[in-house]
Design a protein around this ligand. Structure first.
Ligand code: IMP
Ligand code: MG
Length: 178
């Protein structure tokens, strides 16, 4: 198995790019039928979701969609700090709109819950969540995930947008901490 070293830690490929691509294609098929004609506003959660959002939006090919970005930070090292900081906020009108949050991974669920509440508070008509990855064993809050690419074990991973202390986001495959 392919390995990489980031700072002090070794990681091993656990999800090759081909598997990620297939999961995104399958999500896109389902989402396209649900969202066609809804003038959806997609909200990509930075930094982690940038690769997922890019590939998903290309597969979706919606002609009435918009995409914007919300920059949050919660992880320190290999565990969630529990506190979610907003680094860049939203300027778009949310009221009355169908919005879809694009997230790289739902771990404890605190981040996504905070974003859902923020959007509901701004009067969104409908808030949906699309996450590439989901760690069911780590979930600590009550939330509904509308579209999930892949369910994964509760291990720390990097690659395809996800980082370990800022490194590894650029990697094409997903790697698990050895
Ligand atoms: P949550 O609030 O605990 O659900 O964490 C969500 C955020 O933590 C995600 O948006 C990721 O950016 C980050 N995160 C969660 N699990 C991992 C991981 O295994 N590797 C890298 N980042 C992660
Ligand atoms: Mg994230």
């Amino acid at each position: 198995m392919k390995r990489v070293k980031l700072w002090d830690k070794e990681f091993e490929v656990s999800l090759p790019y081909a598997d990620i691509q297939l999961a995104i294609k399958q999500m896109a098929e389902k989402m396209k039928t649900d969202l066609e004609g809804k003038e959806t506003l997609f909200i990509c959660i930075l930094n982690g979701a940038f690769m997922f959002a890019s590939e998903l939006m290309k597969e979706l090919e919606l002609t009435d969609a918009e995409i914007t970005f919300l920059k949050l930070a919660s992880y320190i090292g290999t565990s969630s700090s529990g506190e979610v900081k907003e680094l860049i906020g939203l300027n778009e009108v949310i009221s009355g709109r169908t919005v879809v949050i694009l997230e790289d991974i739902v771990d404890t669920g605190h981040t996504i819950k905070g974003v859902i509440e923020q959007l509901e508070g701004k009067g969104a008509k409908e808030v949906k969540v699309a996450t590439l990855l989901f760690k069911p064993d780590a979930l600590k809050v009550d939330i509904k995930l509308d579209y999930v690419g892949l369910e994964i074990p509760n291990d720390f991973i990097v690659g395809f947008g996800l980082d370990y202390d800022r490194r590894g986001r650029n990697l094409k495959d997903i790697y698990t901490l050895v």
